[in-house]
Design a protein around this ligand. Sequence first.
Ligand SMILES: [Zn+2]
Length: 440
Amino acid sequence: MMHLQPIDTLLEARWIIPVEPEVDVLTEHAIAIHDGLIQAIVPIAEARSRYIPSSHVVLKQHAIIPGLINLHTHAAMTLMRGLADDLPLMTWLKQYIWPTEAKFVDERFVREGTQLACAEMLKGGITCFNDMYFFPAAAAEVVAECGLRAGIGLVVIDFLSAYASDADDYLAKGLALRDQYPQHPLLTFCLAPHASYSVGDKTLTKIITLAEQLQLPVHIHLHETQDEIEEGLANTGLRPLARLQQLGFIGPNLIAAHMIHLTDEEIGIFSQYGGHVAHCPTSNLKLASGVSPITNLLQQGVNVGIGTDGAASNNRLDMFEEMRLAALLAKGISGKAETLPARQALRMATLNGAKALGINHITGSLVAGKAADITAVDFSDLTLTPCYDPVSHLVYAAGREQVSHVWVNGRLLLDNRELVTLKEVELHSHAAYWQKRLSS
Ligand SMILES: [Zn+2]
């Protein structure tokens, strides 16, 4: 008799969509998981003859995909969901969000808001997110506790907040946080200057040096609105992208969120320098900022991932919705139905996000040797029948409510729609507390 290899988990499913090397569909396959890593993806019969798992999960009606990667968010802003809607970005920010933040945001706010966001994201199949907010130490702690993966933004703004007094203080606090988690299995860090209009040249130059020295990605809001560009032109004589280019800011470690208002020349330059884009279609539509020309960016070879942005501007942290909207907008705008097919949308929501964060050797696809960051989608509902192609359904028909199981680094965090590491009762009571305070 052949010797059976003991492993932590054997996960069998109707379909496995590994995304890499191609977005193909493997039928009746299993994933062997051990020590947090994917050991192998093989046909079910072979897996059963090779492995003896501690946990054997059989998902007969499900599609397994790499965990979704939310490439741009402000997790703690879940506590401001629906606080101010139907407003343009600058009015929304200056009259509602910034004053609320100045009054209420502290460590507890960030801790409880991030917990709420993590719960929402896990229930929606998101295993990794790229965050940018005040008190990132509180966010990092929550992420490490509840077991997701995140790129924690070491936020920098050139003005005072409850979190830090000036740019140097933001940077010092951010770097101290990074030092607290050396080689953490789930946490990576990004330098996160908020935007070109809220961070001056001196600070941006420091950030470039630090990013090079420490090999960190840089996460910034860029070319989100026409106002931002006009303000930049008035203050510096340059469009923000040109100013950043002049400072030496554009490169393969840059994750630019939004990138809506771009000339063809700017797209060419951004591509040439190897920058990444976090496309946030819902937030951009809701704030009437516009639509990012991602078809052109993709054609020019730019790596484009997808983000939800914060729940104060979206108002859902729902990557299924973002995938679908990204695909539909690209088609509608190009006038070509073949633009941004479902397979490309799924790749953008997974592998492209990992690539932007510099962690595509760890996550973003289901490949032996990568971390077991896995989302299972239950296809048993009537709304997903019949099914000729599960990838089509994932992008055009399924919703986050069909996510049944989530593993991150091999650890089960959503078990048949139940959160394992977070308590919903507690999250409800925290949200109620903050609603009362923010309404007062
Ligand atoms: Zn944002």
